[in-house]
Design a binder for this molecule. Structure first.
Ligand code: GLC
Length: 563
């Protein structure tokens, strides 16, 4: 006689406990606006603050909790605004301080928090501080705001050390009088000297200026760069070793030096002296994970971007490892983990994931593989479905909710990223993810600008992806994002606990447990379909055709409503 056993429940391994407190920044979905490319109100072909304000209700309807706005301060735009010439004023191309106030007020009316982008590692070479430094003599207090070095009298062309610029070429350029100055990025972005107490005091004032205007916090640009190793010693490794993670980031004498944390402790104290829950998020491309976790200790940043998933290969193993390692590191310091797939510096994930296997590097290199747009979008939707289920903070980059691809076919003469110029075109750079957003298929510049101008040309294919082509259309990428965000909120996924579930080598599966119940999340990376158990109902699916089987490169959120 055969005995019938109930099916054995799959093994569960808890990885992350539910959040003990619920400050907004522990689980917020933060939408990144790149102002030049979001919405242009005055027809000059460049997006602006009134344009952003006019579209804020769209972000509310999408279900975002906050908006992070890339720099809109006075800037010669040598690096898309990450070269700031006045931290306390708005560049005329983007509007005025009154426009910034109006934007913040409207966002708050809609229940959206606002983070502004603070760029403390370097200024523009047109900043009055740098102009004063150039006008003063070597060794003067004015030069001490930056990192100047005397030329070698025996060999004036010899660089002070071998540090590379992130954008290509050496990290040193000459002032007119022959002294060298350091710039880890473009020559138009001289590095500030954070050993100088005046620099530290000036930035506390800048933080106060924006906190007083009502911002909810800051995204801190290049947060791992401000302190350099004493004596500026040569870099003993290569940029390739750094990129590949062969060495820890702090092995480079210009990144992730321990004393940078003093600065953040003083900023945190300042933020805490303001009412409300103001927050800072660090942009620190630092590995391994436990080094990144140091930026989010309780007296430093509230969050740090976690680029693990963004940099991960499209494999079940790699994704599981990224998730586990990220939680382990951040949980050890009581900080939320954040998740991100796209931003203004990397290839849009709808394109990146359409490249097979190891070619899926986040930065545009010398070689451009041929993307497969259908595969890319299918995987991008699945990746986002995975990402938005994960407890912690999530970042979305403008246009990803429309499934926008990277624009690869931009002519050399329209490209503006300094990387392209500094590598003489060897590295294409980041313009392809910065092409202005299509809002309405049949409007000039797809609704980006009333005049039809656009600082980077939009490809014709953007028309069918325009917001008005997707809004209310079941199965569209926009409606998928809306459903994911609404369900994430209603099921409290952002503050839930996570346990992996074993459903097979090629399946990433986990349960999120919150006060609402258990949400099962499954991403299938195998070739065979994964049969969806009959007792589970689909809450959201990355592919509109999924019913009882989950095909490859699709993800689903499930719940047992009978339980
Ligand atoms: C950050 C920004 C990037 C900028 C760089 C220099 O990585 O995200 O866009 O080019 O810093 O400020």
């Amino acid at each position: 006689m055969s005995e019938s056993h109930p099916p054995r429940p799959p093994a569960r391994s808890p990885v992350h406990a539910a959040a003990a407190t619920d400050e907004w920044w522990r689980s917020a979905v933060i939408y990144q606006v790149y102002p030049r490319s979001f919405a242009d109100s005055d027809g000059d072909g460049v997006g602006d603050l009134p344009g952003i304000t006019s579209r804020l209700s769209y972000l509310g309807e999408l279900g975002a909790d906050a908006v992070w706005i890339s720099p809109f301060f006075v800037s010669p735009q040598a690096d898309g605004g990450y070269d700031v010439a006045d931290y306390c004023d708005v560049d005329p191309v983007f509007g005025t301080l009154a426009d910034a106030d109006a934007l913040i007020a409207r966002a708050h009316e809609l229940g959206l928090r606002v983070l502004v982008d603070l760029v403390p590692n370097h200024t523009s070479d047109k900043h009055p501080w740098f102009l004063a430094a150039l006008a003063a003599t070597p060794g003067s207090p004015e030069r001490d705001w930056y990192i100047f070095r005397d030329p070698d009298p025996a060999d004036p062309e010899r660089l002070p050390n071998n540090w590379p610029s992130v954008f290509g070429g050496p990290a040193w350029s000459k002032a007119p009088d022959g002294q060298w100055y350091l710039h880890l990025f473009d020559s138009g972005q001289p590095d500030l000297n954070w050993e100088n107490p005046r620099v530290r005091a000036a930035f506390l004032d800048i933080l106060r200026f924006w906190l007083d205007r009502g911002v909810d916090g800051f995204r801190v640009d290049v947060a791992h760069g401000m302190i350099k190793a004493p004596g500026l010693p040569d870099f003993a490794h290569t940029a390739e070793d750094l990129q590949a993670g062969v060495i820890p980031t702090h092995a480079a004498p210009f990144w992730d030096q321990d004393r940078v944390h003093e600065i953040y402790r003083s900023w945190r104290q300042l933020l805490e002296s303001y009412p409300g829950e103001r927050a800072m998020v660090a942009e620190a491309w630092v590995q391994p994970h436990d080094r990144l976790a140091r930026y989010v200790r309780p007296d430093e940043h509230h969050q740090a971007f976690n680029f693990a998933i963004l940099s991960s290969a499209w494999s079940a193993d790699a994704l599981r490892t990224s998730i586990t390692d990220s939680f382990r590191a951040n949980d050890s310091v009581g900080a939320p983990t954040t998740w991100v797939l796209s931003n203004h510096d990397v290839i849009r994930h709808a394109t990146r994931l359409g490249w097979v296997g190891d070619e899926a590097t986040p930065q545009l290199g010398t070689r451009v593989p041929t993307p497969n747009p259908e595969l890319g979008l299918r995987r991008a939707r699945a990746a986002t479905t995975l990402l938005l289920a994960l407890p912690g903070g999530a970042y979305l980059y403008q246009g990803e909710e429309l499934g926008l691809p990277e624009v690869l076919e931009l002519d050399a003469h329209v490209r503006q990223d300094p990387t392209f110029r500094r590598t003489e075109g060897a590295v294409l750079g980041r313009d392809g993810c910065r092409v202005p957003i299509p809002w309405e298929r049949h409007a000039p510049a797809f609704g980006f600008s009333p005049s039809g101008q656009s600082w980077l040309p939009q490809p014709t294919g953007f028309g069918e992806l325009a917001m008005d082509q997707q809004e209310g259309v079941s199965g569209s990428t926009l409606e998928l994002y809306r459903a994911l965000l609404a369900t994430r909120r209603s099921r409290s996924l952002g503050t839930g606990a996570l346990a992996f579930v074993e459903l097979g080598e090629q399946v990433v599966a986990f349960d999120i447990t919150s006060e609402v119940g258990v949400t099962h999340v499954v991403l299938n990376l195998g070739v065979a379909d994964w049969p969806i158990p009959a007792h589970l109902q689909i809450l959201v699916s990355s592919s509109p055709t999924v019913t009882d089987r989950l095909p490859t490169d699709c993800a689903v959120w499930l719940a047992d409503h009978s339980a």
